[in-house]
Design a protein. Structure first.
Length: 701
């Protein structure tokens, strides 16, 4: 072989690839090894071909292998048995019996026809038993597979149905479990186009096992009417439709609404609570579901929450405390003995709850009414309390110390500066909210990559000046090139989550930007209020928050609102007034605006001072130099008779009438923006598609 290769190489052309002699030697060694073991490869190849022919061939090989093991072992047992027959025929007969007993082929001996008949009967019995076992195994396997697929019908009454699967499913289910009555039984059915076993494992791992609560997971497309009939919608107490991810997520939610209308009819049926991302899809979704439904806008509520947190550090914690079922929350209660009394009188007579509005007999909400408003027959109170029962109404008002009430102060108006890092579909809504509440001379700097976002022009553009700075918000060089100390607050946004990406992946760049900002705080020994939007609730625990930092999980507020409306449908109109673009607004105000600093006064004195401005105090946040968690905790619904020494650093949580709020006076005392747009105004969430721009480009119309 080497000589043959040496003779061929000189005949090759000049461009022919020449291999060293070592490679030729290795090739010869491989060929020799293949020539030394052709029998093993051919035998294995023949065996594989034989097994692939048919089932009969496979059974033949199986029988041959069994006989090759059973017969020699039986022979060895007989020949080593001291009680075995001494004759050869007797020992062979004993070998036959041992082999037949092992293979269950019968033990008859004698003439060959008799032995053949015994073997035939054994084979028939083996065939029948194996057939029965196979049929039973197949039937059980199919039934178990059907059960695992989650296609069986749910036979329940009064259960809650959750349609779809998104990040909000864990919050919604957790709050539904927390809202159940003590000792009560609850069934929650989740229908989504996912594996039911995987859904149940995910929910159990995140929420744990709760006594009295049973999770039923079913698989299927929620927009299919035939699939919806599996969860017994007509017998359900409420139906929750979760927002769907992806560019066509809202369209899928509207399709689910139409499927619900097909199954339940145009009217009647359980309460339906749904959510869409784009506010422009809300009218279509409401039209599809009919009068039984409540539709919320996830992006709009998240954008307003980010703005509230930017102006009121720690507001996200306050809203979570107000909207979950672990503490004080909103209630609609009937207090007949309050009929004929003024609302201000009723507010001071409630010792352990805080009245914030009325629900008229026709269902119309009236939040933060004038203290002189008289309650009529059929009116119900909207309160914030720890207990959902009717609050006790005292026979007399709580004592108020007029000498401790502070003089009314007008907050100075000044322009402010915001820095927005990143861009997603909620960014135009944030810009619109800031635009509507900005003071003349205010500035909003955008760091959103190389392309400037497309922002629609506004008639009142003089109130807010927009400037675009190209660059990657997660790059340290981009942020260090800005004068961060001049900003009143920084809002960090994450990328929009795609349907095929994990939620935590969208938070990576936001976490990098927060690391840079936190490093700047430590190097300069300064505090910078930072509000970060997170897609995954687990990222909130990883976020490097500073003393004035806050993290908002996108969609969490909507999930809490959905659970509250499922539990108390009357709250839908109340939340529409509080969290929509009109109505009252929550704010954290300095305690010095209501009581004199350093004075010992009851909380009733604070409530009475707030009533002078048509505001309703529902709690306070005491100043702690180093709180155990960011911003400290808020005490909701304290007793009216509770007394304490109020200082200038304490904050009062109030529900305002919703008028335009003044700008923050300093970083420690920001105020809340109004959530009511001017007549005819509406947020137009545009996409950030536009040609590149030069650094520092002015985006103001």
């Amino acid at each position: 072989m080497k000589l043959l290769m040496k003779r061929r190489v000189p005949d090759a052309g000049p461009d022919t690839l020449r291999f060293p002699a070592a490679y030729g030697d290795q090739g010869v060694d491989v060929e020799r090894r293949q020539e030394r073991s052709p029998l093993r490869h051919r035998t294995r190849y023949l065996f594989d071909r034989t097994l692939a022919r048919s089932t009969g061939t496979l059974l033949g090989w199986l029988a041959l292998c069994c006989l090759a093991v059973v017969v020699p072992v039986s022979t060895l047992l007989v020949w080593t048995d001291p009680n075995a027959p001494h004759s050869l025929s007797g020992r062979l007969t004993q070998v036959w019996r041992t082999s037949a007993e092992t293979l269950r082929l019968g033990v008859a001996t004698g003439a060959p026809p008799r032995m053949l008949l015994s073997v035939l009967l054994g084979l028939i019995a083996l065939l029948c038993v194996s057939t029965v076992v196979g049929v039973v195994t197949t039937g059980l396997g199919d039934r178990l597979a059907e059960l695992r697929r989650g296609r069986s019908r749910v036979v329940e009454r009064g259960h809650t149905v959750v349609l779809g699967w998104s990040d909000q499913v864990f919050t919604v289910v957790e709050e539904l479990i927390a809202a159940r009555a003590a000792g009560g039984r609850q069934v929650i059915t989740v229908l989504a186009d996912r594996d039911p076993a995987a859904m149940e494992r995910a929910l159990t791992a995140a929420l744990g096992v709760t006594d009295g609560v049973r999770l039923e997971c079913r698989t299927g497309v929620p927009s299919d009417p035939d699939t919806l009939r599996l969860v017994s919608l007509g017998a359900a107490r409420a139906v929750v439709v979760l927002p769907a991810e992806g560019p066509d997520g809202d369209l899928r939610v509207v399709r689910i609404m139409l499927a619900l209308r097909t199954v339940l009819g145009a009217e009647g049926g359980p309460r339906v609570v749904a959510a869409v991302h784009d506010e422009r899809r809300v009218p279509a979704a409401r039209l599809a579901v009919g009068p039984r439904g409540t539709v919320l806008g996830t992006d709009q509520s998240t954008a307003r929450l980010l703005v509230q947190c930017a102006r009121n550090p720690g507001m996200s914690t306050v809203l979570r405390d107000l909207l979950d079922f672990s503490g004080a929350e909103f209630h609609v209660v009937d207090v007949p003995q309050a009929t004929g009394l003024s609302f201000g009188e009723v507010t001071l007579r409630l010792e352990t709850s805080s009245a914030v509005g009325l629900l008229r007999a026709d269902g119309r909400p009236l939040l933060t009414p004038s203290p002189g408003t008289v309650l009529e027959a059929g009116d119900r109170l909207v309160t914030v309390a720890h207990d959902d029962g009717p609050p006790p109404l005292s026979t007399h008002r709580a004592p108020v110390d007029p000498t401790a009430v502070a003089r009314t102060r007008s907050l100075p108006e000044r322009p402010y500066r915001f820095l927005l890092l990143g861009w997603n579909r909620r960014a135009p809504l944030i810009v619109d909210t800031l635009w509507r509440t900005a003071r003349p001379g205010s500035t909003l700097d955008l760091v959103t990559g190389l392309a400037a976002p497309c922002i629609p022009p506004r008639a009142d553009s003089s109130s807010l000046r927009l400037t675009h700075h190209p660059g990657d918000p997660s790059a340290p060089g981009t942020l260090t090139g800005l004068d961060l100390f001049t900003y009143d607050c920084v809002i960090a946004l994450g990328a929009d989550q795609q349907a095929e990406t994990a939620p935590e992946g969208a938070d990576d760049r936001t976490l990098l930007a927060m690391l840079t900002l936190r490093s700047w705080e430590e190097e300069t020994c300064r505090v910078l209020p930072v509000v970060a939007e997170m897609r995954d609730h687990r990222s909130r625990t990883l976020a490097p928050l500073g003393p004035a930092g806050d993290a908002v999980v996108a969609g969490e507020l909507t999930a809490l609102l959905m659970a509250q409306i499922v539990h108390t449908p009357e709250l839908a109109a109340v939340f529409e007034e509080i969290f929509a673009a009109r109505g009252g607004a929550l704010a954290l105000r300095p305690a010095g605006h209501y009581v004199r600093p350093g004075r010992d006064a009851s909380f009733a004195t604070v409530v009475a001072a707030a009533l002078r401005n048509d505001e309703y105090a529902i709690g306070y946040r005491p100043h702690v130099p180093r709180p155990p968690r960011s911003h400290g905790s808020v005490h909701l619904c304290p007793g009216k008779s509770e007394r304490r020494v109020w200082n200038a650093e304490d904050e009062i949580l109030v529900l305002t009438p919703g008028h335009t709020e003044p700008a923050p006076t300093n970083l420690a005392r920001p105020t809340l923006p109004a959530m009511r747009p001017a007549p005819g105004e509406h947020a137009d969430p545009q996409q950030p598609d536009s040609p590149p721009t030069t650094p520092g480009a002015d985006l103001s119309p």
